[in-house]
Design a protein around this ligand. Structure first.
Ligand SMILES: Cc1ncc(COP(=O)(O)O)c(C=O)c1O
Length: 436
């Protein structure tokens, strides 16, 4: 199907080189299973699950039909003082698979909103306990926590912060966990747990009782997949416990099977106090985010409010949107019925081996990975990101969609992928990257 290209001028695309895109547009017009089709009718394998959201594959009729039926039944219901029953059903479904105790679900519409909601919930919790002085947050270099002001403040990806100086004050950034000695380390690196001591340094510098929460992605995804060193998350947990700091895992990419369990918290055996979720929550079919909150936090905040008064002055017009909830429930059904988290765990060793086989390509500077998530980092060519951008375009032209951040390609196929799809992805990567 040929689409007119003279109609692109009105939209300002996010995170895009708009002039370049409009000169040579890459339009995705159809999706089915592990594939997209572009506006020229060419098929592309989806190596990044869209943006890490399409875990159950594209074109799932069950989801479309559930959304369609729900829109006909009740298209919209506010969630301030009234609610749709579906939002309770989805909350129960999610709570069933979260780590024990993280069973109170607050709905938002994206990962960014989930992060900003979690920031506020952390503050509300400490205030309710009489510790309103805990105004600081700790996060990490190279972190991505979305694009709202709270999330950008926590973010450690320099380009995402660069143009926005007016961020939230009082955020301390721990060092990231990439170490030269761990190049091409498979799974969790053996060394680097000591980097968690940076949280202790924040405690020593500012006082543990001034810190509300420590936010980390269990695997830092968007920056190019940094898998936590062995013992690192455990040590963060210990320091948080010693100082009454909440530990928040941003599982927007890791959640819903990507690591081979429902959540990375379970894969790594570390229980946070809150988790931020989005993306595969609805398979990307409807915009939705959520915070899974420890019941102790919920009880503290809710019980501190006087009778018949609102306890958290926060929420969105579309929190718990019925269509998104219908999608979410249909998606949880698929995950369960098709055992997709277990399937991801089964495919992971094959996937990791195939991706790590690319290490002999001269332009490949590092590979990292865990579960069905891997980062293939290219040696920069001039300014950082130039080669990654060029590779994105060359790979698209060769029939593959993949998200690059800087010079790192983030490989994360849908959890429904077969070994043959993994081979196809790695063959295309080899062919295109070998040309550098
Ligand atoms: C860890 C993490 N947090 C938050 C977000 C932001 O999610 P959204 O783009 O849905 O706002 C992302 C997006 O990639 C993410 O990877």
């Amino acid at each position: 199907m040929q689409q007119a290209t003279n109609t692109l001028e009105h939209q300002w695309l996010p995170f895009t080189a708009n002039r370049d895109f409009k000169a040579d547009p890459r339009l995705l017009v159809r999706g089915e299973g592990v594939y997209y089709w572009n506006h020229r009718g060419e098929r592309l394998i989806d190596a990044s699950s869209g943006l890490f959201c399409v875990a159950a594959g594209h074109g799932r009729r069950e989801i479309a039909e559930a959304v369609h039926a729900q829109l006909l039944e009740c298209d919209y219901a506010p969630h301030f003082q009234v609610a749709s029953p579906l939002s309770f059903e989805l909350a129960s479904r999610v709570a069933r698979i979260t780590p024990e105790g993280l069973n109170r679900i607050f709905f938002a519409n994206s990962g960014s909103e989930a992060v900003d909601s979690a920031i506020k919930i952390a503050q509300a919790y400490h205030l309710a306990r009489g510790e309103g002085q805990r105004s600081r947050f700790v996060s990490r270099e190279r972190a991505y926590h979305g694009v709202n002001i709270g999330g950008v403040s926590l973010s450690g990806m320099t380009k995402n912060r660069h143009a926005f100086p007016a961020v939230m004050p009082g955020v301390f950034h721990m060092r990231h966990t990439w170490l030269e000695e761990n190049r091409f380390a498979k799974g969790q690196p053996e060394t680097g747990a000591e980097l968690a001591e940076d949280l202790k340094r924040a405690v020593d510098t500012f006082g543990g009782d001034t810190i509300a929460a420590c936010f980390v992605e269990p695997i830092a995804g968007s920056t190019g997949v940094l898998v936590p060193p062995k013992g690192y998350l455990e040590r963060l947990r210990e320091i948080c416990d010693q100082h009454g700091i909440l530990l928040v895992f941003d599982e927007v990419i890791c959640g819903f099977g990507r690591t081979g369990k429902a959540f990375a918290a379970q894969s790594f055996g570390v229980r946070p106090d809150m988790m931020t979720l989005a993306k595969a929550l609805t398979n990307g079919a409807q915009p939705m985010g959520a915070v899974a909150v420890d019941e102790r936090i919920y009880d503290t905040v809710v019980n501190a409010a006087p009778e018949r008064s609102v306890e958290l002055f926060h929420g969105y017009t579309y929190s718990g949107h019925p269509a998104a909830c219908a999608a979410g429930i249909a998606v949880q059904d698929i995950y369960q019925r098709e055992g997709l988290f277990e399937r991801a765990a089964e495919l992971a060793p094959y996937f990791q081996a195939a991706v790590f086989d690319l290490r002999d390509i001269p332009a490949v500077a590092d590979i990292r990975g865990y579960g069905l998530l891997a980062g293939v980092e290219l040696a920069p060519d001039g300014a950082p990101g130039v080669r990654g951008y060029d590779a994105t375009k060359r790979l698209f032209a060769r029939g593959m969609h993949i998200k690059f951040t800087g010079d790192s390609g983030i490989v994360s196929p849908p959890l429904v992928a077969e070994r043959a799809h993994v081979d196809e992805i790695c063959d295309i990567l080899r062919e295109v990257l070998s040309a550098y």
